[in-house]
Design a protein around this ligand. Structure first.
Ligand SMILES: Cc1cc2nc3c(=O)[nH]c(=O)nc-3n(C[C@H](O)[C@H](O)[C@H](O)COP(=O)(O)OP(=O)(O)OC[C@H]3O[C@@H](n4cnc5c(N)ncnc54)[C@H](O)[C@@H]3O)c2cc1C
Ligand code: FES
Length: 277
């Protein structure tokens, strides 16, 4: 039976981390009673008392003491309320939920493409892959420098990763344009074993199409799809992508799965996606 009871957690700390975004440090009150085995790319439901629940991804997955972190952009009622809370406030937690990024990246050449807040679900994966992938390349795009998130993590990655940043509107002398505009430079003659992409859907689709044309098989291109979610448990149907429920089967899908699901449901439009990127 699905356990839909939120577990209590404490808001331990929070700091500004990008335009209208805050990085929340959270701690589960009873880690022994909670499944702590969250994988990068999975998500949890966060409940703010009196304001309901919403899904968020882990930047840092829970440790043995139940401490983890999440990057939240202020968008509506629940996130407004969350931003107003005092340190020490009690929140609700359900997780880990959904399916994370593929696990079999050891010894592989991995290319990570992130846009905006889409860097958050990839942060744990980047930290794991830096230790066990044969080669890791990361490109992160944002609308402008102030919109970039995860400043502390990016400062660390800049030191010892093959890591590029680009902004739609960049400072003079900085790299500009969408990450897609820089993919050929990154790919060179070496085709990655896995491409992991998270950000606005037009960016993900344009990246996927570009990598596909360069010879990366669709099953090795992974996207994380954000859909409206209510139950987070495959019960309400709000998060459907064609015949699939993103809260259970996703939010990560490989591009072959994405094409099959959206084509079957008459939802697919890469041309439109690329026009907007
Ligand atoms: C699997 C998953 C992981 C997520 N991870 C994060 C995360 O790590 N950090 C983060 O800041 N946000 C994340 N989100 C989005 C977050 O759940 C929503 O922004 C949240 O519902 C906002 O709640 P609210 O009450 O503040 O705003 P609402 O009033 O619910 O929404 C404000 C506006 O955002 C739109 N919106 C809300 N949710 C979505 C959605 N899923 N897709 C498209 N538009 C939407 C609404 O239509 C409305 O226009 C994630 C969503 C999913 C599905
Ligand atoms: S959110 Fe209810 S089925 Fe996915």
């Amino acid at each position: 039976m699905i356990d839909s009871t939120p577990r209590p957690m404490i808001l331990e700390d929070a700091y500004a981390d990008g335009e209208d975004a805050r990085h929340f440090q959270l701690r589960l009150v009873d880690p022994q009673a909670t499944d702590l085995a969250a994988q990068p790319g999975q998500f949890f439901m966060l409940a703010v008392p009196g304001h309901g629940e919403a899904p968020f991804t882990y930047v840092r997955a829970p440790d043995a003491e139940g401490r983890f972190s999440a990057l939240v952009r202020r968008t509506g009622q629940l996130t407004e309320a969350l931003f107003e809370l005092q340190i020490g406030s009690v929140l609700g937690y359900r997780g880990p939920l959904g399916r994370g990024w593929p696990h079999d990246l050891t010894g592989r050449h991995v290319l990570v493409i992130a846009g905006g807040c889409g860097l958050a679900p990839l942060a744990g994966l980047i930290d794991a892959a830096r230790d066990n992938a044969a080669r890791l390349q990361v490109i992160y795009g944002a609308r402008h420098p102030g919109a970039q998130v995860l400043a502390r993590e990016r400062a660390r990655w800049r030191l010892d990763l093959d890591y590029l940043e680009t902004c739609d509107v960049a400072s003079p002398g900085e790299r500009s344009g969408s990450p897609v505009a820089h993919l050929d430079e990154l790919l060179g003659q070496n085709i990655p074993d896995a491409v992991l992409c998270c950000g606005p859907e037009p960016l993900m689709l344009a990246s996927a199409e570009h990598c596909l044309k360069r010879g990366v098989p669709a099953v090795h291109i992974w996207l994380s799809l954000e859909r409206r979610m209510h139950c987070g448990a495959g019960l309400c149907g709000h998060c459907h992508i064609g015949a699939s429920y993103a809260c259970v089967d996703g939010p990560t899908y490989n591009y072959e799965q994405y094409l099959a699901l959206t084509r079957a449901a008459g939802l697919y439009s890469t041309a439109q996606a690329i026009r907007h990127c």
